[in-house]
Design a binder for this molecule. Structure first.
Ligand SMILES: [Mn+2]
Length: 413
């Protein structure tokens, strides 16, 4: 028996056209590879899509690839992930299921107060699949606690438990997921097909727990690891007649990445601007994913003195595939130390607004030159109380109308 184990595809996570094309190509190539490898079936352990109702173009691409695959007589087994599940709305996963493109495993059924997730026998290979979908963590935890373990124990054959949950024992310091303990996974399964943790792992403990990590690298959270050389792809799992398991990771990365960290501590804004321009003009970034992390506190100058727009332009002009810019940790000393003296609240407020106005980069001329005035008007407006007898609804629409007027815009988003 041979199968493929994928998870965390997060299809549709990127809005960047180039990354979108890579994402689609990786999906197509992955299933093509599965056919060439003659796998019996494919498991997707949650987060097939990034949201429960993705862009229909993304769904169409998936439908084309899945159709081709299942027309060869193979099945795709899926559980919900935390991203593609919605407690109160139909998810696209449900549509794919009724259309016969995928098979959902582990549908919950309650028997005598205990949870019996539905089990499915794969006709081609004889493997038995069940599992628990990803939900909000508290619900998932409850599901693990309520599992009917006797019922699961009686299932026979090569047994696979598919789940979309992190495990406490393997959490890294920088990972913030809430998980369950390995002990809470039901015993007696030959293979535990995990999803939710975004890095590949094959834990050869007393339970064979495997996480493939993301198939592709579509969004911020994954890009840094990718640029740092982490592989992205899926596992091919070979099982012999004794149920001995061998896994092979198939790396699907379509490009290389570069991670650049620029520590601004002790430098002026002008110096950092120059350093970043040097990165932008480095010929090594051509054809690569660039993750640029700028952090630390500038010695002088404001963060808005760094011309990120021109830096990004230069990076793209020099042939990088994609830039992921992380500058949340970049600070300027001057902003932090705003101290203003004044006779009264209005004076102090005006002083603070004037100080802060210079730290934000605004392209709109009216907003830039009149920013202090506009901010004062906004503050006054947002402070104004309800008129007696006014309903919540009309109060809200009155404030919104006034805010639009002050900002000179047509619509609040
Ligand atoms: Mn995920």
């Amino acid at each position: 028996m041979k199968f493929a184990h994928m998870a965390d595809l997060h299809l549709g996570a990127t809005s960047d056209q180039k990354l979108r094309e890579f994402e689609c190509k990786v999906l197509e190539d992955s299933f093509k590879h599965c056919i060439e490898e003659c796998v019996d079936f494919v498991i997707i352990a949650g987060d097939l899509f990034h949201v429960n109702i993705p862009d229909l173009m993304v769904v169409r691409d998936v439908a084309v690839v899945f159709r081709k695959f299942i027309d060869t007589g193979r099945k795709i087994y899926v559980v919900y992930g935390s991203h593609d599940f919605s407690p109160n709305a139909t998810s696209i996963i449900d549509i794919l299921e009724v259309s016969g493109l995928i098979v959902r495993v582990g549908k919950p059924q309650i028997e005598g107060g205990l949870l019996r997730p539905s089990a499915i026998r794969d006709v081609k290979s004889g493997a038995v699949l069940t599992g628990i979908s990803g939900r909000r963590t508290s619900l998932e935890k409850e599901a693990f606690e309520r599992l009917d373990r006797d019922y699961l124990d009686k299932l026979e054959g090569f047994k696979i438990f598919v789940f979309h949950t992190g495990l406490d024992e393997i959490r890294r310091e920088d990972e913030r997921f809430e998980g369950v303990s390995i002990k809470e996974l039901p015993p007696g399964f030959d293979y535990y097909a995990g999803g939710h943790i975004h890095r590949k792992m094959d834990l050869k403990k007393d339970k064979r727990i495997v996480y493939p990590g993301p198939l592709f690298t579509g969004w911020g959270a994954d890009l840094e690891g990718t640029a740092n050389g982490e592989e992205r792809g899926f596992y091919i799992v070979d099982v012999d007649s004794e149920h001995e398991i061998e896994t092979r990771f198939k790396n699907m990365m379509p490009f290389e990445g570069i991670l650049k960290k620029v520590n601004a501590a002790g430098y002026s804004a002008a110096e950092i601007n120059k350093q970043l321009m040097d990165v932008a003009n480095d010929p090594k970034i051509r054809g690569k994913l660039l993750v640029l992390k700028v952090f630390g506190e500038l010695s002088t100058g404001k963060t808005s003195d760094i011309d990120f727009v021109s830096i990004k332009d230069a990076i793209m002009k020099n042939g990088a595939i994609y830039l992921h810019l992380n500058r949340h940790q970049l600070k300027s000393r001057e902003v932090r130390q705003v101290t203003v003296n004044g006779e009264n609240t209005a004076e102090i407020e005006e002083g603070v607004l004037k100080e802060l106005a210079g730290t934000v980069r605004i392209s709109d001329e009216r907003l830039r030159s009149g920013s202090v005035d506009i901010a004062k008007q906004l503050l006054a407006q947002l402070r104004s109380p309800k008129i007696e007898g006014e309903t919540g609804e009309s109060y809200e629409s009155r404030i919104k109308a006034n805010v639009k007027e002050i900002l000179g815009i047509k619509e609040l988003i």
